[in-house]
Design a protein around this ligand. Structure first.
Ligand code: ADP
Ligand code: ZN
Length: 518
């Protein structure tokens, strides 16, 4: 059978997507590969089809233990010889599955990385001829990635210990250049052929709505798009329950999904969503990996996630069918405080924390930039982005940009006079003329710029200030309570060498209306 025939007979599709065909034919030539393809690009087929065509079985290393059973059941239903081993499978049964693989009754064996620890199991595994080892979610091997799994570090040792070297293939949806390097090194793929499809998803429109009344906005949006299917991601289980209640009270057919629910309840929620019985789903990030619903028209983030990697993956669940879809993030400064706190309180080592802060800061910058959101994402992932996309929230409101040099200069002067001792809130308080004790005690009311923007709400000043960070006029330094410093770009403005264009104070409210009315 040719790959195309396998595609038709087992998966029911008429043709490959361009990259799939290339990846598959390279693997069939017995070459190692590393493929970086966005969510929804169709990675699974790229390794499942070669695995079905090779003489011996293949191992798929995947961190998604909770999904293995479902994935394998789906494959089995399609008539594909698949199984899995992870901590939920009893030892004897796991060995039995190896025997089945030996006898050719299993061609695809999903495996949790923990299973690679040397043991009687791996001794048995070494006796089984293996055609290919697939590393799914390969970014998990990198400490630079957003989802580091120490057990992924054992993969290379395991592969090297096999009596006969299998073909090694690795797949991931997102990888910054640093993560790509790390994957090559840590998985022994320096000679592998690299496939990097553009990460851009032209049918997705991105929007960030800042400082909105989230509940009111969410209800307006969902009601205005009643016939459409959407996911609302929240940062905590509690928030999922609250959003779910909010939607139900408003008469919207909504489901909910988070790890605190019973298995059966979760399964039902997912099914109701898949079959459009409850077109809207409120969920934590536990929902989504492996869900395969193509007509999701919008993904709303009720809270900011901890990294752009996580954001792009979750938002990318919209519009898998290729039709246009919206990815909206509701941002409010407090949300970043929560994420910062979580990192600060976490039990990771200092180095890891530093990288988490780094990723969080990029996420915050995304929320606050006034530049093209799509380009911001693509640039972050190391892709060239030339001209603004023209249809993200920022591009659309770009026409509303005005010359804000005067107010920007006031903000920059204030930052300069504080000599890197204070953060955004204090700067905003000073300009707004706050009588807060913290301001008065430190005699900040004696600064020449004190109260110069007293006609503007402090939160609007703060959001302007944050956009200057995102746009490179100011930098934040120090964790977990960052202070502000000027960059040369801001010095140029103060010297009258450059002007600043940005949104007028309060323009966010107009952007929220535009999102609802799209
Ligand atoms: P990824 O793992 O890259 O996020 P999946 O492997 O889950 O993507 O595939 C995304 C969707 O695209 C699935 O519904 C899959 O069945 C479908 N798909 C994959 N390849 C093709 C193809 N050649 N033609 C049509 N649909 C495809
Ligand atoms: Zn844009």
């Amino acid at each position: 059978m040719t790959p195309g025939e396998v595609l038709k007979q087992y998966f029911g599709y008429d043709s490959f997507r361009p990259v799939q065909e290339e990846v598959i034919s390279t693997i069939l030539k017995k070459k190692d590969i590393l493929a970086i393809m966005p969510t929804g690009a169709g990675k699974s087929i790229c390794f499942q089809i070669p695995a079905m065509m090779f003489p011996h079985g293949s191992i798929i290393i995947s961190p998604l233990i909770s999904l293995m059973k479902d994935q394998v059941e789906a494959l089995t239903e399609q008539g594909i010889l698949a199984s899995y081993v992870n901590s939920t499978v009893p030892y004897d049964e796991a060995i039995e599955r190896l025997r089945d693989m030996y006898r050719g009754r299993i061609k695809i064996l999903y495996m949790a990385p923990e299973k690679l620890e040397p043991s009687y199991f791996t001794d048995c595994l070494a006796q089984v001829p293996i055609s290919m080892v697939v590393i799914d979610e390969a970014h998990c091997v990198s400490q630079w990635g957003h989802d580091f799994r120490p057990s992924y570090r054992k993969i290379k040792t395991f592969i090297d210990s096999l009596p006969k070297k299998p073909i090694v293939t690795a797949f991931t949806a997102t990888a910054t250049p640093a993560v790509e390097e790390d994957m090559k090194k840590s998985l022994g793929l320096s000679h592998a052929e690299i496939f990097r499809t553009g990460l851009d998803r032209p049918n997705l429109s991105f929007r960030v709505i800042r400082d909105a009344d989230k509940e009111a906005l969410l209800l307006r949006y969902v009601k205005a798009h009643k016939k459409e299917s959407g996911i609302i991601y929240c940062a905590t289980r509690k928030a999922v329950d609250e959003v779910h209640d909010l939607l139900k009270r408003a008469g919207i057919r909504a489901g909910r999904y988070h790890a605190g629910m019973e298995d059966e309840e979760r399964r039902k929620a997912q099914e109701d969503f898949s079959y459009d019985r409850t077109p809207v789903m409120a969920a934590t990030n536990a929902f989504g990996m492996g869900i395969d619903k193509s007509n999701v028209r919008y993904v709303i983030h009720y809270h900011m996630p901890k990294s752009l990697e996580a954001y792009y993956q979750e938002a990318g669940r919209a519009g898998r069918d290729g039709a246009s879809a919206e990815c909206i993030l509701l941002y409010n400064g407090r949300d970043s405080g929560i994420q910062r706190y979580l990192i600060d309180q976490g039990n990771q080592d200092e180095e890891q924390k530093k990288m988490d802060y780094h990723r969080l800061n990029a996420m915050i910058d995304y929320c606050q930039t006034t530049a093209c959101l799509r380009n911001f994402i693509l640039t972050y992932f190391g892709e060239k982005a030339d001209k603004p996309c023209g249809h993200c929230g920022n591009c659309e409101s770009g026409q509303a940009k005005v010359d804000v040099t005067d107010t920007a200069a006031l903000i920059f002067k204030t930052v300069r006079s504080l000599h890197g001792r204070f953060g955004a809130s204090t700067v905003a308080d000073i300009l707004a003329g706050s009588r807060a004790k913290a301001v008065l005690d430190r005699k900040l009311d004696e600064l020449p710029t004190y109260g110069k923007l007293s006609f503007v709400k402090a939160r609007h000043i703060k959001s302007a200030l944050n956009s200057y960070v995102a746009d490179g006029y100011l930098v934040r330094e120090g964790e977990p309570y960052p202070v502000l410093r000027l960059t040369n770009k801001a010095e140029d403005v103060l010297e009258g060498k450059a002007n600043v264009f940005g949104l007028a104070f309060g323009a966010e409210d107009a952007m929220a209306d535009a999102a609802v009315e799209r």
